[in-house]
Design a protein around this ligand. Structure first.
Ligand code: 5GP
Ligand code: ZN
Length: 114
């Protein structure tokens, strides 16, 4: 996807503060952090959103989810962390390349009714 900002980060065309890389994923700091720790985990392959995944992505998705606890530990989030995947315009997604937000470092409030 030539116009995808996260694909450009994977390709090295746009700089990012990378904290983890392996054959499947890239993890980097959110450019506009909402909490003390705010990381984004993305697949290296372009997948638009959680609504686009199928059985062929099982290994990748398990890897992305399991990685969160490792990242959280490395970031010192012993007391807990929050993960968010915004999906589609109605879900508040702004960058249409699948990503998991890892948030922590503040005592995050419980969800309240909007
Ligand atoms: P979404 O709203 O799609 O779930 O989240 C997109 C996130 O990507 C936002 O939190 C935004 O701050 C972050 N973001 C957008 N563009 C860039 C960028 O060029 N670099 C980095 N590191 N983060 C970005
Ligand atoms: Zn992309």
């Amino acid at each position: 996807m030539s116009d995808c900002i996260f694909c450009k980060i994977v390709a090295g065309d746009i700089p990012a503060d990378i904290v983890h890389e392996d054959d499947k994923v890239l993890v980097f700091k959110d450019i506009n952090p909402r909490t003390q720790v705010h990381l984004l985990t993305i697949p290296k392959q372009h997948i638009e959103s959680l609504a686009e995944i199928d059985d062929s992505h099982d290994q990748l998705m398990a890897h992305m989810i399991k990685l969160q606890q490792t990242l959280a530990k490395k970031q010192g989030l012993e007391s807990g962390f929050r993960t968010i995947i915004n999906t589609g315009k109605g879900g508040g997604q702004e960058v249409f390349h699948l990503h998991i937000h890892l948030l922590g470092g503040n005592n995050l409030p419980a969800f309240t009714k909007e």
